[in-house]
Ligand binder design. Structure first.
Ligand code: SF4
Ligand code: SF4
Length: 192
């Protein structure tokens, strides 16, 4: 996956400006809150935006196999490349994160299921991620191992079961992170 798809623009999408953590020397923001420069018309400093903002693009901007349905603000799924947390036994060192940023029901959508099935079948490392509370890292599950654990060939029923299992695990981690965040806030406020 290299370069950008000609003619494909972000349009009204600003998902990455809210969803992602940014930690660069020039600019930092926590995950899950809109960037301070984000306005109704998009980036308020577009002409002078930070290097990371100029260089980072989601997979929808880079990969032709993700059609228009996959624009993150439409699909509710932010897909992007990762080179971290890939298990050492997996042969490839880069993969894709499918982060749910909208309606969680998307995990039952055939387009979502089949795309993940195709990628896994082709040997791409694929993670399912669910956002945590603002400031927390997303919970992510390595779907390739989930599929392998199902013991049969993809896709359909086993993909659905694996995605549902991964989503449940990620949601449970998110709930624990929320509780932790709430309890930390209480502690900091001296409420117990
Ligand atoms: S998530 Fe992708 S399409 Fe949306 S603003 Fe970011 S790079 Fe553009
Ligand atoms: S500076 Fe602009 S492009 Fe960068 S995260 Fe903020 S709103 Fe988005």
């Amino acid at each position: 996956m290299s370069g950008l798809i000609p003619g494909r623009e972000c349009g009204g999408c600003t998902v990455c400006c809210t969803s992602l953590v940014i930690d660069t020397p020039e600019f930092k923001k926590i995950s899950g809150i809109p960037c301070q420069h984000l306005g109704e018309q998009g980036c308020g400093i577009h002409e002078t935006r930070y290097p990371v903002c100029r260089q980072w693009f989601c997979a929808w901007r880079r990969a032709a196999f993700l059609d228009d349905w996959w624009r993150p603000d439409r699909s509710g799924v932010l897909v992007y490349v990762t080179d971290t947390h890939i298990p050492s036994h997996f042969p490839r060192r880069t993969g894709l994160i499918f982060k749910i940023v909208g309606d969680p029901a998307v995990i039952s959508d055939d387009r979502f299921i089949w795309q993940i099935a195709d990628l896994i079948h082709g040997g791409t490392a694929v993670f399912l991620a669910v956002s945590g509370p603002p400031g927390h890292e997303s919970s992510r599950t390595f779907l390739n191992d989930e599929m392998a654990a199902s013991g049969r060939s993809p896709p359909t029923v086993h993909i659905r079961q694996s995605v549902a299992r991964a989503a449940a695990m990620a949601s449970s981690a998110r709930t624990m992170a929320s509780r932790y965040a709430t309890s930390m806030q209480r502690s900091l406020l001296g409420a117990g």
